[in-house]
Design a protein around this ligand. Sequence first.
Ligand code: XMP
Length: 538
Amino acid sequence: MERIIILDFGSQVTQVIGRRVRELNVYCEIYPFNKFPFTEDGKIPSDIKGLILSGSPFSVRDNNAPKVDLSLFIGKFPILGICYGAQYIAHTMGGCVEASQTREYGRAELTITEGKEIIFDSVPQCSQVWMSHGDTITALPKGAKLIASTPTVQNAAYKIEGNGIYALQFHPEVFHSTYGGVMLRNFIIEVCGCKGDWTTESFIETTVSDLKQKLGEEHVILGLSGGVDSTVAAVLLNKAIGKRLHCIFVDNGLLRKNEFEDVLEQYKGMGLNVVGVKAADRFLEALAGISDPEGKRKAIGRTFIEVFDTEAQKITNAKWLAQGTIYPDVIESSSVKGPSATIKSHHNVGGLPEKMNLKIVEPLRALFKDEVRRTGRALGIKRELISRHPFPGPGLGIRVLGEVTAEKLRILKEADHIFISQLRKYRTNLPPASNGFAENEDGDSDREAQISLYDAVWQAGTILLPVKSVGVMGDERTYEYTIALRAVVSNDGMTADWVHLPYDFLAAVSNQIINNVKGVNRVCYDISSKPPATIEWE
Ligand code: XMP
């Protein structure tokens, strides 16, 4: 096992560095700048092959700037400083960092100086990079050699001879740095000497064998949601312990039309030991009279725990609770900035483990979302399940605005079904969304092939607005509800952009909803981005 450690000084794009390293089939971990993973006796673990220092919103000159004692690491393995990381190395090793007149933000042309360095192997003499910094390195640290500049930033990249330190003022991890990926590859593979053998297959093999060892003959309970993470976690566990994995899939009545039945069938088809619990009425009862979004989330979360717990009690010999926690959740909960302000309480089943008194097993704890999908594909899970749009835990409960009733849910389910079915049917030349999996996975070399609108969209759904308006149908005046359509592209849900859905598509969906869903006489399309709006309306 070999790993790269990324110390996070609080940059917005630290996770992106992690993903880029993983794309090289090298395992890496992100830690807050002051939480380097020393061994218990304070030594440096021998499997660490290199260290990356991230960017930061701070200036190295701030009194409260994040600091780390680099002398602990220098000479132990190669170090790459990015942006703040590069400035921090300069600042602490005898160089000078000063405020520049203007904050440099955006594209810049990088020119490599004479005598090319290993980190610039296969990088052209001039290439585009992405800058985002306020301070400038005005003097290089002791023993450093300048290796690249831009027209406005003289010290854009340097190297300290002899101890494997490289520093880049720009962000190689972002897409706009055209050869940034090549530079990161050169650092990880050539400078650190990583083999790059951390593949999906090797992950599955080692995880299954670790799970076998950890769980032995014991029984495990897992809540399935129909989503990607819990499904992939279940299939991995099933491979390790078979029928000793007991899956519970709760129908809260807030899933999409037919979804509970369809997905339950698919789970059974995959050989999972699963029970479906129909509890829609209990959820509706719990939601009665509540119109505040957070109140609804809490009621749904509480009811879920009760229903799940009752079912889990029946599995008397279980010692473990499995969860589909993925790496971004792990990083978020140990973030430099501390837990970010709760805008919406997403982790609505947070109380579950404490209540159940079971040991926790999280087989996907080390993976990013795209790696979970790839693992799912390699495990033979159907594309339909793997490339699904994200769906919130409280489901349609937060898409019926205001109080949830059976009638409103009926209307919303019908409208949503039409919208999603049409998205699946309509073909487009738009690029695939990151969960789209339209990347010719079946060996089809026709890159121009059209994909479905569903695959071009990251997340879509309908919202039932709590207002009625006047319409006319035949000779009759109507006074009915409005449905809003929402379709966005996003990477991780933190930011999102509305999708420019074709007018003929929108027209067809609107007609079909108004003509077929009793109780709706108006359809709108939500054209707001996040921020300042959010993806869900509640
Ligand atoms: P927002 O609305 O915050 O949504 O822009 C970002 C992403 O999170 C999902 N979401 C939730 N997921 N429980 C969940 O499991 C929730 O309460 C919840 N609220 C929003 C949303 O669907 C989108 O993918």
